[in-house]
Design a protein around this ligand. Structure first.
Ligand code: GLN
Length: 333
């Protein structure tokens, strides 16, 4: 069964990708013949070996993964591998390559092996402490930016990101919006450490206040009650029952706390919405990423709250309602 929360090796992942380095029959090799480590250590022989090994372990995109890992270790572009297939590879790189391919064959996500994930054309450091940013989450950031542009405020805009993870949402918003004061909250101190690395990398540390704690709790004392213009979140939204159906890469390696939210997957949405009345400015927005078949349920939670206008949705590339946008009524209080 294919899990709904799949992890693509790269945003531009193409399943039909075939390597220009390798003979095409290699892609169809079923791994029945012996795959020994090559005596000759050239780029093409190493990739050939790695592809066979990854195929034997049932990895979806063996050529791409083998090439991404080698180009990462050689600190070159993938295209450079095709230009110099016969170039000898140093022993230290060979050792690291063997280790990295071994990890990938045991389903460690490619992004945790290379410590890179691309999001909104920015490069993020990632490791096992944070969820790997997904391309769908870019739709959330785009939806926020669009709303910010329509507001045309003179004052600063207060944005709260709940479940900051790698910092992908907060950091891209800091880079792409002016006059934003961003509070980025996560319950995991480990995730916050990664987010800070990324904020420094992208030069926005001074625009973001990183806070550790449970949803809005750490905001207390900042004097921003009823002043928040945007509450944004890609919270954990997978149900406990679905956990077993997740891709092995996701289930075994990504942080459980970033994925699972109660038995119905809606726990975090309920908890965030229940607290919006304290923090959101009248007319302010809550913008969520949601799972497949959750958009209507989440919009009903906003209706039950009674202070929101009818929610809008943004569909993802698979036509799934992925983003829910809810605006609080203006005339409150
Ligand atoms: N904000 C991060 C992301 O969208 C982390 C989300 C999470 O940990 N659930 O990828």
């Amino acid at each position: 069964m294919r899990a709904r929360f799949t992890l693509h090796p790269l945003s531009n992942h193409n399943k039909n990708y075939t390597s220009p380095i390798l003979p095409s029959q290699n892609e169809n090799n079923n791994g029945s013949s012996e795959n020994t480590f090559p005596g000759k250590h050239t780029i093409s022989s190493l990739i050939h070996w790695a592809v066979r090994l990854l195929q034997e372990h049932g990895i979806d995109s063996p050529s791409m993964d083998a090439e991404v890992i080698l180009s990462h270790l050689l600190d070159c572009k993938r295209i450079d591998l095709y230009v110099h297939p016969d170039k000898p590879v140093e022993d230290i790189v060979i050792m690291r390559y063997k280790e990295a391919i071994g990890k990938r064959s045991h389903r460690v996500p490619l992004q945790y092996i290379t410590n890179h994930a691309e999001f909104m054309s920015l490069d993020f450091y990632v490791d096992e402490r944070v969820l790997i940013p997904r391309p769908e989450t870019e739709l959330l950031v785009e939806a926020v930016i669009k709303k910010v542009q329509t507001l045309n405020y003179d004052n600063e805009i207060v944005i709260v990101d709940i479940g900051v993870g790698s910092g992908n949402i907060a950091i891209t918003l800091a880079k792409k919006t002016d006059k934003a004061r961003i509070f980025a909250i996560d319950i995991s101190p480990d995730a916050l450490a990664v987010a800070k690395i990324n904020a420094q990398r992208h030069d926005v540390l001074d625009k973001i206040t990183f806070l550790c704690g449970d949803i809005f709790k750490p905001l207390e004392g900042y004097g921003i009650e009823s002043k928040v213009n945007f509450i944004v979140s890609n919270p954990p939204y997978i149900s406990g029952d679905e956990f077993g159906t997740l891709q092995q890469e996701v289930r075994d390696f990504e942080p459980y706390v970033a994925l699972i939210s109660g038995q119905d997957g809606l726990q975090m949405f309920k908890r965030i919405i229940a607290n919006t009345n304290t923090w959101l400015k009248p007319g302010g927005y809550v913008i969520f990423e949601v799972g497949e078949k959750q958009a209507r349920k989440v919009s009903r939670l906003f209706e039950d709250n009674g202070c929101f206008k009818k929610a809008n949705f943004v569909k993802d590339y698979q036509h799934i309602h992925r983003i829910v946008i809810a605006q609080m009524e203006d005339g409150r209080g």
